[in-house]
Write a protein that binds this ligand. Structure first.
Ligand SMILES: Cc1cc2nc3c(=O)[nH]c(=O)nc-3n(C[C@H](O)[C@H](O)[C@H](O)COP(=O)(O)OP(=O)(O)OC[C@H]3O[C@@H](n4cnc5c(N)ncnc54)[C@H](O)[C@@H]3O)c2cc1C
Length: 409
């Protein structure tokens, strides 16, 4: 068993870390670098993205043929964690959701001509993208089989009618991946499509106000009233919508975990710094056993999340879907992020509740982690199904002879 990173991946990790410390964390203290929704302002983002490119750290997750760095999931786990020690990190490296997951799935399943038209501009940072699946009640949420948005083939075009909501980034996205019902078949009833924001037949009904800071373009409710999609803009085969969703969501959940671990580490770094300076009743906070127990618990939970995340990443690199490993990582890391930032905020006293540190930002952001890309309860249901189906095989170890990837170029 070897937990070390290869030298090339360690070099990427170190360079991402240095970039974040040097270029991004200092920006967080100046309110001029924020937009109206508490994310990095467009002008600041354009500047840092240019510097990321100069540093050779742009689009780590994309193959080199598409202008990325071709890192495997194990390398991304190490780099994304370092990245999100800054709240501005992922978007600066073109590694933020939903573009991150959208790029990955398009690189995997889109035809070469579709990749040129729809994927390359996202990789290049020229446009943003959204993934439109979830619907308001009584449509699909945790259960995709409840989908009500339909796409009906008429004269070689798919005509879309329905409603989606919580579509991240829709306010600024140009390229959309849409999941819609094309038949009543239980397994093959959904299909996936691409459309451009400039096409008529759909609109943003509202940008949904949320409790936390927002991704660029917010979380929007969309209405489809006769959007026409040429058949050439269908992704995969008719009926493969659920399959595409599974291909996209597994790795997308795991890259969330990688980023959230970075946020959790940042929260602890702020806490460790404060308790090392601050005293009460004649003693440094850091010297108090009650404080040390809180720090030790948080550090242990973060490490548990890292191990689960890295294990799932390794399995993905071996070509496995890693469904149960990803579900476990998603549950543990989302809950760890929330607990850890709460601990960090508590240990900072009133300062933690202020905007003088990123803790309150991370605290408000963290609550969504247990909901997005599958609620914790749904992932536990998935694990229970695996346990009941697999029996003792559930506990098997990885095959030592399985191939390992170093760099995917
Ligand atoms: C910030 C944010 C961004 C999002 N971005 C996107 C996006 O870009 N694109 C997109 O398509 N969607 C997006 N979503 C939607 C997200 O994927 C859904 O919220 C999620 O899949 C859960 O669906 P739901 O909200 O309809 O919850 P519901 O299905 O209504 O479930 C409600 C609750 O019921 C419980 N529950 C549900 N099923 C089970 C079960 N089987 N067993 C036990 N308990 C259960 C869980 O506690 C769950 O939280 C986003 C959501 C948020 C909050």
């Amino acid at each position: 068993m070897d937990f070390s990173l290869s030298p090339d991946l360690e070099d990427y990790r170190r360079r991402v870390r240095e970039f974040v410390d040097r270029e991004l964390i200092p920006l967080e203290a100046d309110r001029a670098n924020y937009d109206a929704h508490e994310n990095i302002a467009d002008a600041t983002l354009a500047r840092v993205r240019a510097r990321v490119r100069d540093a050779g750290l742009w689009a780590l997750q994309m193959p080199r043929r598409l202008g990325g760095q071709g890192l495997p999931m194990v390398g991304l786990a190490a780099c994304y964690e370092e990245m999100n020690r800054s709240i501005f990190g992922p978007v600066a490296f073109n590694a933020a959701a939903p573009d991150d997951g959208n790029m990955r799935v398009l690189a995997q399943v889109a035809r070469p001509d579709q990749q040129e038209r729809w994927l390359r501009p996202i990789v290049d940072g020229e446009v943003r993208s959204s993934f439109a699946m979830t619907e308001p009640h009584p449509g699909s949420g945790s259960d995709p089989s409840m989908m009500r948005t339909t796409a009906t083939l008429k004269n070689g075009k798919w005509v879309v009618n329905g409603r989606k909501w919580f579509i991240t980034g829709a306010g600024v996205a140009q390229h959309f991946i849409l999941i819609a019902r094309t038949s009543d078949d239980a397994r093959k009833g959904l299909s996936a499509f691409l459309f451009d924001a400039a096409q008529p037949g759909w609109r943003i009904e509202r940008r949904i106000p949320i409790m936390g800071p927002e991704e660029h373009g917010g979380h929007c409710e969309l209405v489809f009233e006769g959007l026409e999609i040429p058949d050439q803009n269908r992704l995969m085969e008719v009926g493969d919508g659920l399959k595409l969703t599974q291909i996209r969501l597994g790795p997308a959940r795991l890259t969330h975990c990688m980023r959230w671990l970075g946020l959790a580490r940042r929260a602890m770094a702020v806490a460790v710094d404060y308790v090392g300076q601050r005293s009460s009743f004649g003693q440094k906070l850091a010297e108090r056993e009650g404080v040390q127990w809180l720090l030790g618990e948080a550090a242990m939970q973060i490490e548990i999340g890292r191990l689960l995340t890295m294990r799932a990443a390794a399995r993905l690199d071996q070509g496995d879907y890693a469904r149960k490993e990803i579900s476990m990582a998603k549950i543990v890391v989302s809950e760890t992020l929330q607990k850890v930032v709460d601990t960090a905020l508590q240990l900072n006293g009133a300062r933690g509740y202020s905007k003088d540190t990123p803790l309150e930002w991370i605290y408000r952001y963290a609550r969504q982690a247990r909901l997005v890309d599958g609620a914790s309860e749904v992932h536990k249901m998935v694990l229970a199904r695996h346990l009941m189906d697999e029996g003792d095989a559930y506990w098997r170890w990885d095959d030592a002879d399985a191939p390992r990837k170093a760099l995917v170029v």
